[in-house]
Design a protein around this ligand. Structure first.
Ligand code: F6R
Length: 622
């Protein structure tokens, strides 16, 4: 949700900033901008609406702006429509030519996050003679920094600290002061930001892929911490303005992992990376055919004492939780509630004090999930994060972390992180079942063996993608699609439906199969596509009956079931089969054809698969 980059060194900054932004474009793509300084000269600001290529064209790939120190931003609009004036960077002085051109002396900056009390701060600044050219909270933030800088004349760190004390919300803030050529000042709270120092140059970014080309050792700047960046140097400060030490973290994934690798879109590459993501995540906790959660920090004694699990997450990660609840309840006989993080954080429900709160998040930065985690900790509950991004806020703040090893996920629509989260939940459910005495040694061994076979079965499914491509071409102009299933199949439908609507813009909904006739069936008309999910044998007949109810009203039926259930072809007009596995783990396989369906529909409709409209990869605002 907004991407920021910064560079100070000896090379020309603009091309480096543009390249960094191109790696972060998944975070926002409404508009983009740069501010670059050449020595003592004032910063030059260039902004553009739309995708980053517009900014690249406007600046001749950065060659048209000179200077070795600069900041950049790609925006996902929160306050103020996407426009050139609202695009970042923002300046403390007045702004010319819709925000582009040389800036007046003072402060220029970019920001990712939301300033909740910006109106109150704006009123204060208006009273002190400031004027505003944009509708953004960021302009207020930058002008507040300028106000304290001028008022106390105690330098940039002091001015930023004073600003942060007044600000409510989240931010990854990057600013340059006219009086400090060659320097960038940064601060963060609840929005991601990393810093890299290599070869006498210093880099800032919202995420690792933007600077991986230059260094694998990155500094994760902590919440409410600041840094002063000069070429080849980063000095960190706390809120009191005292210097602090931060140890760098080594990034282990390769630069190629964050490239498209010959695929047309990141999403297709990431769909194909799922077997590896699942295998790597499995191998991280399997020791000689037993599950070992010592790295996660969960002991057998703790597992035995847990009487309730709350799974808290957003979007697809919540769908993982929806599938996981059936698996936990069945294998470990443990009650599970799955909560939307945005609801959980404000809900006043009685909580079991022996509960484990599991927060699932790819980015580890989703604002609602992070707030829910903090809420759970405040209430004294045990917490665990299932997180993909190493060093992210949720990973750092949860009592324990189960890292999914999906590698960097760039496409806005999640695929491989979903699959890795799901396998992490499967692993936990099997281990909880064993430790709590609900699974025999033999059942335990068999389930682990079935988990081990999943990656190969996923690869096999991917080889059959042309059938889905053909089917997608047939339904490219569909208006409404319904997914129906029961139990785990319902959870699979939720994810299949989200994949479809978010990237193809076709309206779709997922229903617990028995629910459709309680209202929604009135929407079924001739040719409406209904996708029936049939991977759970004991619910198969029931769901088939619900599919028949739709067919009688004109629906076109697609069935998704396991090899062997060939009787489905008597009812469905088109059938997709998945390899057999233990039914608890069927979601890992069944989701793949549905991801492919969403993907191919999006391509068939000529859309940008990786960057669907109105979305951003990690939602760091409420
Ligand atoms: C959908 C998707 C989102 C995320 C959700 C949570 O394809 O990617 O629904 O799952 O925004 O994000 P994380 O997992 O980063 O907390």
């Amino acid at each position: 949700m907004c991407g920021i980059v910064g560079f100070t060194g000896h090379q020309q900054a603009a091309p480096i900033l543009l390249e960094g932004l191109s790696k972060l474009e998944y975070r926002g793509y409404d508009s983009a901008g740069l501010a670059v300084r050449d020595g003592e000269n004032l910063a030059e600001v260039v902004k553009s609406t739309g995708k980053l290529r517009n900014l690249a064209e406007k600046t001749n790939d950065g060659l048209a702006i000179h200077g070795t120190c600069g900041i950049g931003h790609t925006r996902w609009a929160t306050h103020g429509e996407p426009s050139q004036t609202n695009a970042h960077p923002h300046v403390s002085g007045n702004c010319t030519r819709s925000g582009s051109g040389p800036v007046e002396s003072g402060v220029v900056g970019v920001h990712n996050g939301i300033i909740e009390n910006y109106q109150e701060l704006k009123d204060k600044l208006l009273r002190h003679g400031y004027t505003f050219y944009s509708q953004t909270d960021t302009e207020v933030l930058i002008k507040l920094v300028d106000y304290y800088y001028k008022k106390y004349q105690a330098g940039p760190i002091d001015a930023i600290n004073k600003t942060l004390v007044r600000v409510r919300g989240s931010y990854a803030l990057e600013v340059m002061f006219t009086d400090y050529p060659g320097e960038i000042f940064v601060a963060r709270k609840d929005s991601p930001m990393i810093i890299g120092v290599a070869g006498g140059e210093t880099y800032v970014a919202s995420d690792v892929p933007a600077i991986l080309k230059y260094t694998r050792n990155v500094y994760y700047i902590g919440n409410l911490q600041l840094a002063r960046l000069r070429p080849g140097q980063a000095i960190f400060y706390d809120l009191n303005g005292d210097e602090i030490e931060i140890e760098p973290t080594e990034i282990t994934f390769s630069a190629e992992a964050a490239e498209k690798g010959g695929y047309e879109y990141f999403m297709m590459k990431e769909i194909h990376e799922q077997p590896k993501a699942v295998l790597d995540t499995l191998n991280s906790v399997l020791k000689e055919d037993r599950i070992d959660l010592s790295e996660v920090g969960l002991t057998d004694e703790e597992i035995q004492n847990i009487s309730q699990i709350y799974i808290v997450a957003c979007g697809s990660a919540w769908h993982v939780g929806m599938a996981a609840q059936y698996i936990f309840e069945d294998l470990a006989e443990l009650p599970v509630r799955v909560e939307l993080a945005s609801e959980f954080r404000y809900r006043r429900m009685p909580l079991d004090s022996n509960a484990l709160v599991v927060v699932i998040s790819q980015s580890g930065e989703t604002a609602d999930s992070l707030a829910a985690l903090r809420e759970a900790k405040t209430k004294g509950l045990k917490t665990m994060g299932i997180v993909n991004v190493v060093g992210s806020s949720i990973a750092r703040e949860a009592d324990r972390v189960f890292y999914t090893l999906a590698g960097p996920e760039i496409a806005v629509a999640t695929t491989k992180a979903y699959s890795a989260q799901l396998i992490a939940c499967d692993i936990l459910a099997v281990q909880f079942g064993k430790v709590r005495g609900k699974l025999t040694e033999e059942q335990y061994g068999e389930l682990i063996a079935k988990l081990r076979l999943l990656p190969e079965k996923m690869s096999r499914l991917l080889e059959e993608k042309e059938r889905i491509q053909w089917f997608a071409a047939k339904f490219a102009s569909a208006k409404d699609v319904f997914f129906v299933g029961r139990g785990i199949d319902y959870a699979i439908g939720l994810e299949g439906s989200l994949k479809m609507k978010e990237i193809s813009y076709i309206h779709s909904e997922a229903y617990a199969a028995g629910e459709l006739k309680h209202g929604t069936i009135s929407l079924i008309e001739d040719g409406t596509l209904v996708i029936g999910l049939l991977t759970q044998q004991d619910l198969y007949e029931k769901t088939i009956s619900n599919m028949v109810e739709c067919k009688s009203r004109g629906a076109y039926l697609m069935g998704l079931t396991t090899y062997g259930n060939y009787g489905v072809e008597d009812t469905a007009d088109f059938t997709v089969y998945i390899p057999k596995t233990d039914e608890h783990f069927a979601a890992s396989l069944a989701v793949i054809p549905l991801q492919l369906l969403g993907y191919y529909l999006s391509v068939a409709r000529g859309l940008d698969v990786d960057k669907p409209r109105n979305l951003a990869k990690s939602v760091t605002v409420e």
